[in-house]
Design a protein around this ligand. Sequence first.
Ligand code: ATP
Ligand code: MG
Ligand code: FE
Length: 339
Amino acid sequence: PIVLGIETSCDETGVGIVRGHTLLANTVASSMDEHARFGGVVPEVASRAHLEAMTPTVEGALTAAGLRFSDIDAVAVTAGPGLAGALLVGVAAAKAYALGLGVPLYGVNHLAAHVAVDQLEHGPLPKPSVALLVSGGHSSLLLVPDVAQDVISLGSTVDDAAGEAFDKVARVLGLPFPGGPHIDRAAREGSGAAVAFPRGKYDDGTLDFSFSGLKTAVARWVEAREAAGETVPVADVAASFQEAVVDVLTRKALQACARYDVKDLLIGGGVAANSRLRAMAQERCDAAGVRLRVPRPGLCTDNGAMVAALGANLVAAGVRPSTLDIPADSSLPITVVNV
Ligand code: ATP
Ligand code: MG
Ligand code: FE
């Protein structure tokens, strides 16, 4: 079946089209330029931008796929979690398309979609897999027996998300928002061993994370240099901060694989685009005999194809479609795959 996926949980208006595990189109319009000067996404601005971008983005995806509305067999949409007003725009649009086209609607979990997207690149997800989900709002380790049916939380951050830490440290270093890609780039010129920043919850035996202590340590370190009138070695600080985050993420991900005797690790979410995370994860997976799957960077950050991918799984699994009265749920738990 051909599934149209709509994503509006944050600042990206994403529309993707898939046929089974095949990606046909992935069109993304972002309102990030409008938010950058505020140093964060402004919900009302995002909602308005989704309204303006929705119709052209859907039409752009259809054109890119060489399809017409009548070719669409099902519509999937992010029902949560995310910004309430932003989600509402996508959910309302998806209901209208499903009703107008006379096809089933699937309201899906944005976080499960970050996991499901990898099937578009590397084929069906091994069952079970462990998934490390690292994004702007979430950092979790998941046991995924079947992404269409069952996602189990093994641990998560007790304070900041990994992407949030990247964004906050970037601000401290005077790098633009969102900071993840800028830290990634700056770090290539620096040394990850330059400063020994703290690694929260490193040996605590849980599969949880903590990044706020690290963020504060970086801010203190930078403030001290500035107070002493020294120039801040931005590349070294970026690389050392990134090394600390990536060390903890990969360590706990492999602990999860070992603890649950799972041989397949998937990394998803915007932070999975990070080059150091991808490299260290590969090294540690090789050493542990674990197969690693990470989607290409364009599929890691928010997009509509991930929503369509999960929708296609639900269709294939024979899961009952959503009703046309489903709400947008800004705090939809990770364990609820579809509504
Ligand atoms: P969530 O998925 O939790 O609702 P979100 O949708 O805002 O949050 P994503 O789009 O999945 O998050 O990811 C955005 C985050 O990824 C931002 O914090 C951004 O800084 C981070 N990010 C993007 N590219 C990189 C990179 N190369 N290195 C590190 N972080 C990155
Ligand atoms: Mg985004
Ligand atoms: Fe996301």
